[in-house]
Write a protein that binds this ligand. Structure first.
Ligand SMILES: C[S@@+](CC[C@H](N)C(=O)[O-])C[C@H]1O[C@@H](n2cnc3c(N)ncnc32)[C@H](O)[C@@H]1O
Length: 310
């Protein structure tokens, strides 16, 4: 673990540093939202050390294979169940308990007034990508009752829940049936009836083509693909080269005045190159509105998000 010294400030103890940054996050925690980033790596003074609040519990993420003892000691002074996850591991293991009481069951996290099922026992990801909080809020603002929203690469359907809570009829699309089931549970946790919404299992490229052929249209389409993916025919998709293909297909499904929320967390792809891909896919006349990351992400603007309108 490395303390990142900022300017000429004296190096603080790890506990003091956590305490200070966590108390600065207090304005973002309220009755509607209890799941946010509490500490953001070098942006907050510790290299490659990230702390998230998920519901009432904490998750520490580091690149190191072992947690530095000073980190563990500092975190054990807070009265919390703290789990730890090693980032970028091939095994994609669930986090392990670092200190505090074990969390035996799935639990609920709140964000923008909505409930999401979270888990420390479901593999590498816990059910909600916290860096998308403001984008989900924006979707809730934009959607009008009765509109149709397509959420591709949907994972546990958090964007679908946000859109449905604002009155949209949603279509949630993912390769994984367990994630689609999780998305339905998330709807139920918010008193949204999943039988009034659509769920499609399979490859996004395949479904986008199928929707276009059958003349289906959506008022909003959400694109948030993994950096690398393989379609049903084995064709590889790489965000850096191929995002424009995804945008072109999505444009064919848009109602007049519709929007695409296009996101990528690919750190290698600079914002200007991502913008070029969006324009290549949507056409020269398209307008792009850049959306910022949540304010507590102080380290890097790695998540690039744009509203694309034709
Ligand atoms: C990074 S997560 C998306 C996060 C999600 N947009 C959110 O905000 O919660 C990637 C998801 O894409 C799904 N996926 C990967 N390749 C896919 C493909 N070709 N078609 C459909 N889903 C895919 C994975 O199963 C996973 O759930």
């Amino acid at each position: 673990m490395h303390l990142a010294r900022r300017g000429n400030e004296p190096t603080e103890s790890v506990y003091d540093l956590f305490q200070k940054q966590i108390s600065e996050r207090a304005p973002y925690l309220n009755a509607d939202t209890n799941s946010i980033r509490l500490f953001d790596g070098s942006g907050d003074g510790l290299l490659e050390t990230y702390l998230d609040q998920l519901g009432e519990h904490w998750l520490l993420s580091t690149h190191d294979g072992l947690v530095d003892e000073s980190l563990r000691r500092a975190l054990s002074q807070f009265d919390k169940s703290v789990y730890w996850k090693k980032l970028d591991q091939h095994e994609k293991e669930s986090p392990s308990l670092l200190c505090g009481d074990p969390v035996e069951e799935d639990f609920i996290g709140r964000e923008n007034g909505l409930n999401y099922k979270l888990s420390f026992d479901s593999g590498y990801s816990q059910g909600l990508f916290l860096d998308q909080r403001e984008n989900r809020a924006r979707v809730m603002e934009m959607v009008e009752p009765g509109q149709k929203v397509l959420n591709t690469f949907a994972y546990t359907g958090a964007f679908s829940v946000a859109a449905a809570s604002a009155g949209a009829t949603t279509t949630t699309l993912d390769l994984s049936q367990p994630y689609l089931n999780w998305a339905k549970e998330n709807m139920e946790l918010n008193s949204i009836d999943p039988t009034e919404h659509y769920f499609c299992k399979g490859d996004t490229f395949h479904w986008l083509g199928r929707f276009a052929k059958s003349g289906k249209q959506f008022d909003g389409v959400i694109l948030d693909p993994p950096t690398f993916s393989r379609d049903s025919k084995g064709k590889v998709f790489r965000v850096e080269k191929d995002y424009h293909r995804l945008v072109k297909l999505a444009c064919e499904l848009l109602t007049p005045g519709g929007w695409i929320l296009a996101c990528t967390n690919c750190r290698k792809l600079p914002a200007w190159e991502f913008e070029e891909q969006l324009i290549k896919g949507a056409g020269e006349g398209a307008s792009l509105e850049a959306l910022p990351m949540p304010p507590e992400y102080t380290e890097a603007e790695y998540l690039k998000s744009y509203l694309v309108r034709l």
